[in-house]
Design a protein around this ligand. Structure first.
Ligand SMILES: NC(=O)c1ccc[n+]([C@@H]2O[C@H](COP(=O)([O-])OP(=O)(O)OC[C@H]3O[C@@H](n4cnc5c(N)ncnc54)[C@H](OP(=O)(O)O)[C@@H]3O)[C@@H](O)[C@H]2O)c1
Length: 250
């Protein structure tokens, strides 16, 4: 049972994780900075706002670090962490080789959730696997532990893909409503169809994904007709380029 969870960086991500994390029954100490969000969370949940980050560190079993990546090292350098504490960093794009020394002698666990945590649907990467952090994050959705640290950055790009897919849903939903379907139905239809595609991929792990596509894109099918347009336009390469851009240091 996790007793006390501290949060430094009470912003957009934590706002969406708190509805799930509060279900752990743990005591939460949250940083005051991000004043609007911390006040909003304190109105909604039994959480304690703390002005002093060191106080949060000193009284937490797990310390969640959710400041912006460029603030992470400065924030940690100004704090002293007790031996035996776990610092759970949710910061994107910061290597554990940079952050781990800054939290010594505490140990660092990295995780990458998305805001679907609000609905218990965030697929959350974790490295290294840690039973207490896993128990906490499982309230936010399925936890996926990575076996090697160097796979964390490429795997974490899929947290951005989450946003890119929402843009795609928006474009397709607009197209449907421009063709006479009421916007509410168009939005729900497109969102649910995206979910249906993902569910099939998830629930049929023995089938290679290209076989699932081939089952639909049969000769003279409408699925194949549209797919040929997408392939002729090389529509999928830019998605890989977008992912590549996140791994480059430019
Ligand atoms: N948002 C997402 O969907 C998402 C998803 C996955 C990972 N992440 C990662 O999660 C982290 C937070 O993202 P976010 O979108 O929640 O950012 P955000 O809304 O900007 O929240 C960051 C919070 O950190 C606070 N802060 C900055 N310095 C602080 C300090 N010294 N002490 C206490 N609090 C401090 C900020 O307060 P002020 O406003 O007062 O500066 C702000 O409330 C980032 O590293 C991001 O990469 C975010």
């Amino acid at each position: 049972m996790i007793k006390t969870i501290g949060v430094i960086g009470t912003g957009h991500l934590i706002k969406h994780m708190m509805p799930a994390m509060i279900k752990t029954g743990a005591r939460f100490l949250i940083s005051e900075r991000g004043r609007e969000t911390s006040a909003e969370l304190a109105d909604l949940y039994d959480v304690e706002i703390c002005k002093d980050n060191q106080y949060i560190v000193d009284h937490s079993d797990i310390l969640i670090l959710a400041v912006r990546p460029f603030d992470a090292l400065t924030v940690c350098d100004g704090l002293s962490f007790p031996d035996g504490q776990t610092v759970l960093s949710l910061c994107a794009g910061i290597a554990s080789s940079d952050l781990a020394p800054a939290v010594l002698p505490a140990s660092l666990v990295m995780a990458m959730p998305v805001v679907a945590a609000q609905f218990g649907e965030s697929p959350t990467l974790i490295f290294p696997d840690d039973p207490e952090c896993r128990a906490l994050l499982e309230f936010c959705g399925p936890v996926l532990a990575l076996k090697a640290e160097d796979s964390f950055a490429p795997a974490a790009t899929i947290a951005c893909y989450y946003g890119w897919v929402q843009e795609l849903i928006s474009q397709m939903s607009d197209w449907v409503s421009e063709h006479g379907v009421d916007p509410e139905t168009a939005r729900l239809l497109t969102a649910q169809m995206t979910r249906a595609a993902a569910t099939t991929v998830r629930e049929r792990p023995q089938s290679p994904i290209d076989e699932l596509v081939a089952e639909l894109a049969t000769p003279r099918s409408f699925t194949l007709k549209g797919l040929e347009v997408l392939r002729a336009a090389d529509a999928f390469t830019p998605w890989q380029q977008a992912a590549d851009s996140l791994l480059s240091s430019d």
